[in-house]
Ligand binder design. Structure first.
Ligand SMILES: *Cc1c(COP(=O)(O)O)cnc(C)c1O
Length: 388
């Protein structure tokens, strides 16, 4: 049997380093002097591909990264250069936490249990654990609750040199929407009070950090020593509201950042269909004219939502055309009746630019009621990523 060719996937994702550079510049301009950046690369770098995104960000001067779990931490360790630091923000089991500590990576202790495991491992390995104490300030998710702060102080003091107190942090419960204004304000107050409490007890952290992209834009006072920014680097806003708020306050007429991702495939086959015929499964699309369709080898198995059936738009020959019929597991059909000379092998853009047109991830999202974050994170790891 013949070996598969070098291209075994029916589509690919392209990352644009020039746009990433501009997005990083944009974020840097929002920062107060001396504030560090941690680039959040959880969810396979928001679907962009952690193995490709990390070196790209490093080339633009980013030195600190954040992930959630162990699998992502392993991805980071394979991709990153020797000078980059990692912070693991989520669940790590005991065995893997030993690996994290040996690697010299930083990690969140989000409850007393995780704090105790960290201490036990640091003692056993005789390697200091670089901890970030996450405190509960009102999101009611992860983080050490107010009634456990005294215990935390006690454990930290007992730990001595087994801990490096890399940080104290919290996360806001929806800084992207003004609806949550009072809740966020209360979180900020609680964070500051708790930090003061630690300090009065002689516990001093190297860095305080709370801000994600939305907090950085809407509550610039939450930057402290470091910001944990994800979505803005990829060229997306945490919400439409955040973008509009930013543009209004800065008198801008266009979005100052650009998505760095493109998702491309090609035409696998073209055919003509008579008027009065249904396209694909079922009866959701009936031709009302002689129709030329192009079949493209991407479906919901590849992360193209079935909710985009009869709705999605893609670009061919620089023109915007519509998905017709239902999105199948591995295929979909598009209407190319209006476009001259579409052939097998022609490039099809699912996300990104072609000619003067563009398919944005958010237009996608509006049509399928997915948010940017979800849509990106669902892009399968198996799609090859290339950087330009
Ligand atoms: C995802 C995440 C961030 C980054 O959020 P963006 O909105 O992408 O900037 C920051 N902190 C924590 C704890 C997160 O989970």
């Amino acid at each position: 049997m013949k070996n598969p060719g070098s291209r075994t996937q029916s589509s690919y994702i392209e990352l644009d380093s020039a746009r990433l550079r501009e997005n990083i510049e944009f974020v840097k301009n929002l920062l107060d002097d001396g504030v560090e950046i941690s680039a959040v690369v959880k969810g396979n770098a928001y679907g962009h591909g952690i193995h490709e995104f990390v070196p790209l960000a490093e080339a633009e001067g980013i030195k600190h990264f954040s992930v959630y779990g162990v699998e992502e931490a392993i991805g980071f360790s394979e991709a990153a250069g020797p000078d980059s630091q990692l912070m693991v923000m989520g669940y790590v089991d005991e065995e893997n936490l030993a690996w994290v500590i040996k690697k010299g990576y930083e990690f969140f202790v989000y409850d007393i249990y995780q704090l105790e495991i960290a201490l036990k491992l640091a003692e056993y390995l005789d390697i200091p654990a670089k901890i970030h104490v996450e405190i509960e300030t009102g999101m009611n998710r992860t983080g050490i609750s107010p009634d456990k702060i005294e215990d935390t102080i006690e454990i930290i003091k007992k730990a001595g040199n087994h801990f490096v107190l890399s940080g104290c942090c919290t996360h806001y419960a929806g800084a992207e929407s003004i609806t949550n204004y009072y809740r966020i304000k209360r979180q900020i107050i609680r964070f500051e009070e708790t930090v003061k409490h630690f300090e009065r007890s002689g516990v001093h952290f190297k860095k305080k950090h709370t801000a994600c992209s939305a907090a950085l834009v809407r509550y610039p006072g939450t930057q402290y020593d470091m910001v944990r920014v994800g979505i803005l680097f990829y060229g997306f806003w945490p919400s439409r509201e955040t973008l509009i708020d930013y543009m209004t306050r800065n008198n801008l007429t266009s979005d100052p950042i650009t998505s760095i991702i493109s998702w491309k495939t090609l035409v696998m086959s073209v055919k003509d269909v008579d008027i009065g015929e249904y396209i694909g499964y079922g009866t959701s699309f009936l031709t009302n004219r002689q129709t030329r369709i192009a079949i493209i080898p991407v479906g919901y198995a590849h992360g193209y939502s079935r909710a985009l059936s009869n709705q999605g738009r893609v670009l061919v020959h620089g023109e915007r055309v519509t998905v017709i019929g239902t999105v199948n597991m591995n295929l979909m059909m598009i209407d190319v009746t209006e476009i001259e000379g579409v052939e097998r092998g022609d490039e099809v853009v699912l996300i990104g630019f072609q000619g003067n047109n563009r398919i944005t991830v958010s237009s996608f999202g509006e049509m399928s009621s997915q948010m940017n974050y979800e849509l990106l994170a669902r892009l399968p790891q198996s799609i090859p990523r290339i950087t330009i």
